[in-house]
Design a protein around this ligand. Sequence first.
Ligand code: COA
Length: 207
Amino acid sequence: MSDAIVLVGTGAIAQEIVDVFGRERFAGAYCDPAYAASARVDLAVYTSLASLRALASCYVIGLADPTDRLRLASELERHGLRAAPPLIADTARVSPSAQLGGGTVLAPGVQIGPRARVGGHNMLMHHTVFGHDAASGLQVVIGPGVHVAGDAVLGDCVVIRANATIAKGITVGDHALVAQSAACFRSVPAHATAIGNPARVLGMRAG
Ligand SMILES: CC(C)(COP(=O)(O)OP(=O)(O)OC[C@H]1O[C@@H](n2cnc3c(N)ncnc32)[C@H](O)[C@@H]1OP(=O)(O)O)[C@@H](O)C(=O)NCCC(=O)NCCS
């Protein structure tokens, strides 16, 4: 029981995590009761936070929305669970000088460069490159095929969608969203939605 992991989430991202790491790695999946009927993960599904500590000591989050991720992380910690050690797919490559925060998931083909610092509870989807000396905060979700160039800094709860590019040395502020295929050559303010190439701010988002 002590090394078992609870997977938080029962949708497409959660199932992808199960497919990559194997269902035997997980003691079960959690979802809020409202989502139980639509759960589609190949694990036993639990809807009571209080029951999870009996199953496992740690957790990873398989959800796309940073607000949900933050809320559930804090509730799970309150129930005595802690972040699982990073889950790293066999074909991901991590520089020996890079640091990974607890609860972080690296999908197949991800590359993490020298001295990079990936924060806690990040989700990096397949074939994303996280460059040398780049850094990210907590609960950052990065879609497939994204290029985060060297020295870039991503704040807490940033979402970067598929195939976007974050140029060298720029900052993406807390809770910002970078749309699919956007190319950001200038820093993106906190809470902004950035689209296009070169990226421009479409609007501001809550969170
Ligand atoms: C980026 C996003 C948040 C903008 O949502 P929104 O604020 O509701 O804005 P809209 O969808 O109404 O789009 C506003 C404008 O931006 C354009 N736009 C949206 N996404 C764009 C993108 N990625 N690149 C370029 N333009 C984009 C739209 O065509 C629209 O242009 P228009 O005003 O000339 O018609 C939304 O498009 C989105 O969430 N996309 C993500 C889709 C996704 O999840 N893909 C999976 C990737 S992992």
